[in-house]
Design a protein around this ligand. Structure first.
Ligand code: HEC
Length: 183
C-alpha cells in the first residue's frame, strides 16, 4: 500500500469548480493527447457544498481519492475513518454516516482532522541545485505538467488564509527561484 502525501491539500480543497473546469478537455480539443474529464458524484448527506458549485444533473465535481471519487477533504477523511480505521482498530469506529450529528453530520474529531489536513503546508525543496532546475525543466518539456499543473487558484473558503490564493507546484517554485519560467 502506497498512500500519497497529505500535505498542501487545503489549497486543492479550496479550488473552485470553475477553475477545475478550465482544465477539462474531454475530447482532447487542444490535441495534447490528454483528455481531462471531471468526475461528477452525488453529495453525501454530511457534506456541505462549497460556494459557487457547478453541478450537472444534480451531481457535484469530485476531486480527492482514487479517480477523483470524493468531493472534499471532509468526505475523504470521513471515509478513511469508516473504512480504513475500522479495519485497523479493534473496535469499529462509528463516526459519520449515522444520524444525528451536531453540525449537519460533522463529528468534532473528524472536523479537527480535516482542519489539520487543510492547514498542513506543502514542503519546499530541501536542497537547491542545478540538477533540480534541469529536472524541473524536463518535467515540463516531457509534458508531465499538463496534468501536474504548475499553478492553480483557490476560490472563497471559510479559512481566510486559503481563500483567493494562487499556489504553485514545486516545479514552478524551483523555476521561479532560478528566474526561469516553464510550463
Ligand atoms: C495524464 C495525466 C498525467 C500525466 C501526463 C502525468 N501524470 Fe503523474 N499522476 C497523474 C495522476 C492522476 C496521479 C495520481 C494517481 C493516483 O493517485 O492513483 C499521478 C501521480 C504521479 C506521481 C505519484 C504522486 C504521489 O503522491 O504518489 C508521480 C511521482 C508522478 N505522477 C509523476 C509524473 C511524471 C514524472 C510525469 C511525466 C513523465 C507525469 N507524472 C505525468 C496524472 C498524470
Amino acid at each position: 500500500m502506497l498512500p500519497p502525501a497529505n500535505t498542501g491539500l487545503g489549497f486543492l480543497d479550496a479550488v473552485s469548480d470553475a477553475e477545475i473546469l478550465l482544465y477539462a478537455d474531454p475530447t482532447d480539443a487542444n490535441n495534447d493527447g490528454i483528455s481531462g474529464v471531471p468526475n461528477y458524484v452525488s453529495l453525501k448527506s454530511y457534506v456541505v457544498e462549497r460556494s459557487n458549485s457547478i453541478t450537472q444533473n444534480g451531481k457535484y465535481i469530485a476531486r480527492f481519492g482514487k479517480k477523483a471519487s470524493t468531493y472534499n477533504l471532509l468526505q475523504q477523511t470521513a471515509q478513511a475513518y469508516n473504512q480504513i480505521l475500522a479495519l485497523l482498530l479493534p473496535m469499529k469506529i462509528k463516526t459519520l454516516t449515522q444520524a444525528p450529528f451536531q453540525i449537519r453530520g460533522l463529528h468534532q474529531t473528524v472536523a479537527d482532522v480535516v482542519f489539520y489536513l487543510k492547514t498542513l503546508k506543502a514542503p519546499i525543496p530541501r536542497i537547491e541545485t542545478t540538477e533540480i532546475l534541469s529536472g524541473s525543466k524536463l518535467f515540463a518539456n516531457v509534458g508531465c505538467d499538463k496534468c501536474h499543473r504548475p499553478e492553480m487558484k483557490t476560490g472563497v473558503t471559510e479559512i481566510a488564509a486559503l481563500s483567493n490564493k494562487t499556489f504553485f507546484s514545486i516545479q514552478r517554485f524551483v523555476a521561479s527561484r532560478y528566474g526561469t519560467r516553464s510550463g
